[in-house]
Design a protein around this ligand. Structure first.
Ligand code: ZN
Length: 137
């Protein structure tokens, strides 16, 4: 078994209706301010990040209702949206996971927030949990 396939949980993605409103609660909960906000135009999403030890919390707010986060909020409401694993070689991991029978939402990595290359696995093939792979640029 090769080492360093999935290194750690990089972040948890949490869908919120309003980052501005949720930030107030998360700052109290986590006891610290966020270190970054960033819009990802291609995904129709605004993000806010909190660092918790080695991992992060990513708040996600839809910038338009037809974006993936907009649809998620409409269907399920606010809550945990995805779990993101840090990987060393995202292309190699996508190839490995595809060969293992996982369904890829992105066949090739794309640019995500927080200086990452990212790709998602379909929750149909991961027991209902949306999985993100991310590699530091
Ligand atoms: Zn994420």
């Amino acid at each position: 078994m090769p080492i360093d396939m999935l290194n750690k949980i990089e972040h948890l993605g949490i869908a919120v209706k309003s980052i501005e409103e949720s930030a107030i609660m998360y700052e109290k909960l986590l006891g610290k301010p966020s270190y970054k906000t960033e819009a990802v135009e291609s995904e129709g999403v605004s993000t806010m990040f909190f660092q918790i030890g080695e991992s992060k919390i990513e708040l996600l707010e839809a910038t338009n209702p037809s974006s993936p986060i907009g649809k998620f909020i409409e269907k399920k409401g606010e809550g945990i949206h995805h779990i993101a694993y840090d990987v060393t070689d995202i292309e190699a991991e996508l190839k490995r996971l595809k060969a293992e029978g996982f369904e890829l939402i992105h066949e090739t990595p794309k640019d995500g927030a927080d200086n990452k290359r990212i790709a998602f696995l379909h929750p149909k093939s991961t027991g209902g949990v949306l999985v993100e792979l991310c590699q530091e640029k």
